[in-house]
Design a binder for this molecule. Sequence first.
Ligand code: TXA
Ligand code: MG
Length: 348
Amino acid sequence: MTETLLLTPTEENLALAARALREGQLVGMPTETVYGLGANALDEDAVRAIFAAKGRPADNPLIVHVPDIASAEPLCCIDERSRRVMTHFCPGPLTVLLPKKPIIPQVVNAGLPSVAIRIPAHPIARRLLELSGVPVAAPSANTSGKPSPTTARHVYDDLAGKLTCIIDGGECQVGLESTVLDLTREVPTVLRPGGITPDMLLEVLDEVAVADSVLRPLQKGEKALSPGMLYKHYAPKGMLSLVSGSAEAVAGKIRRLYGEAAQLGKTVQVLAFQEHLNAYKGLNTKCIGSLAAPETVAHSLFATLRQADAEGIDVLYSEVLPAEGVGLAVMNRLSRAAGFRTIEADEE
Ligand code: TXA
Ligand code: MG
């Protein structure tokens, strides 16, 4: 058990965190997507400590963070197509899978032939990476299975005592984890949708596929392209169900289900879009952003799920949005948080 320091992002504190990384310790760092739990990717013991702190299965590989393409060169093979993608989107909320070089310890990437590389855009993450001078393996800084952390406080709530320090960079701007793009395949394939959408990727690629497990559970016997997709994810403690259909039918259905659960003595909450809040007057309702701007939903989703836990909510009903653009990433996380429980409101 270590005492975990919550640090403001001064140059002095960043130097201290950088030293901790070089010495094999764990550091919580803000990125523009979510907070990461970082360790020196070349230090096997430090990387093992990440898995232990999160309670993460060893077969779920980590993303390696570097400040620029030049720092990625010794770690992975970057062909012309990959360089084009990276030059266009990095730094930013994109992770690319590339053939790994031997310097990456197997423990980082669960023995796979590829390694995940990300160049974050967040100035604090970038400064920390520069000061540390080592590639930093970092999964989201949550306990495995819980919603990813979008504030330093979320990291502290999950992992205090298990890491040396957390750099407080305020709220993460994107709010959902990076897009994971597999560039080792003939057709580049999105394994996890995020802030960089398939349409954006098509600006520099001729073809982009989206793994079809993005919006449904894996079938029995099906192999996950990205091991992270295997696990129950992002789930609040309460029982979350998604309700889809026309806005009016959804509101009617949710009001009815809410009443039934409340009658059983449950604490209930509705997750609704700003445009529809009027339809839930009198119910315990949380605004999850604007239907017209899915990035606002991405920004607040994980914090909302964590807040529901803090408030002791037993049952949650959420509206859904079209799985397009950033909405694809939102629906990927929301579906998993709900264990793929979806209720069709129009079917009555
Ligand atoms: O935005 C993000 O990506 C955040 C910040 C901290 O950078 N990190 C993050 O890491 O979300 P994590 O570990 O929570 O998610 C990494 C995902 C997992 O689904 C993992 O299975 C997949 O990337 N992944 C990593 N390396 C892989 C590989 N070599 N092959 C296939 N999937 C891989
Ligand atoms: Mg994660």
